[in-house]
Design a protein around this ligand. Structure first.
Ligand code: BG6
Ligand code: MG
Length: 220
């Protein structure tokens, strides 16, 4: 039986995935590395340091920096990002999300957040959605990032529910992999061809349907 929904944040609840992209793009430009929205798809859901490693690899510069320099680069990206998200307000909640959260709550289901971002709490607060969540996974306490299932399993554990009684919602390839390897039902947001392992794919959040998702969950 269905007990809980566990959401990703960036790119699902709000379009902060675009801000992550713009912040990395600024850094990549400074380093003379070609970086595009297409390459950015591989970074969605991926932790700050792992994302930096990937960008350096895209530019064949992975051996050019010491660990200390890499920490500096990651810090710089985060400073760009923190600037960009300053303007986030409840108006930035993506279409369909508030309605879905209301239906989840009225059905008496648990609600968890499984975001890889250290800025997740601040973003949720700016959206005025923090109070809606029963649990928010603390990424600092995790050993492995997405696509490892740890973050979704942790959310289920904090919600006190079994993974197979959970539905995960993600916009990242690494995120859907994380949900599926946690043994959960996966709802993906984005292009259909990108998510062959998801249980349902919606092109945009506006198309999210509580009734359709829960029906498919029951008939899975
Ligand atoms: C994820 C984003 O939610 O958080 C990634 O999809 C990002 O793009 C990751 O790199 C880490 O975020 P932060 O805010 O800790 O740098
Ligand atoms: Mg995301």
């Amino acid at each position: 039986t269905l007990k809980a929904f566990i959401f990703d944040l960036d790119g699902v609840i709000t379009d902060s995935a675009e801000y992550h992209y713009l912040a990395w793009k600024t850094l990549a430009d400074e380093l003379g590395i070609t970086f595009s929205r297409e390459l950015n798809e591989e970074l969605k859901g991926v932790s700050r340091m792992d994302s930096l490693e990937k960008i350096l690899e895209f530019g064949n510069k992975e051996t050019e920096f010491t660990n200390e320099e890499k920490e500096e680069l990651a810090k710089k990206k985060n400073e760009h990002y923190v600037q960009l998200i300053k303007k986030i307000s409840p108006a930035d909640i993506l279409p369909g999300i508030e309605e879905l959260l209301i239906e989840i709550k009225s059905a008496g289901l648990g609600l968890g957040l499984a975001s890889a971002s250290k800025n997740a709490s601040a973003v949720l607060e700016s959206l005025n959605l923090k109070k809606n969540f029963d649990v928010i996974v603390d990424v600092n306490a995790l050993k492995k990032g997405k696509p490892d299932p740890e973050i979704f399993l942790k959310a289920a554990e904090l919600l006190n529910v079994q993974p197979d009684n959970c539905i995960g919602v993600e916009d990242a390839i690494a995120g859907v992999e994380s949900i599926k390897s946690a043994g959960m039902f996966a709802v993906a947001i984005g292009p259909k061809n990108q998510f062959s392992t998801a249980d349902i794919v919606y092109q945009t959040t506006a198309e999210l349907s509580y009734n359709e998702i829960t029906e498919r969950f029951i008939n899975r």
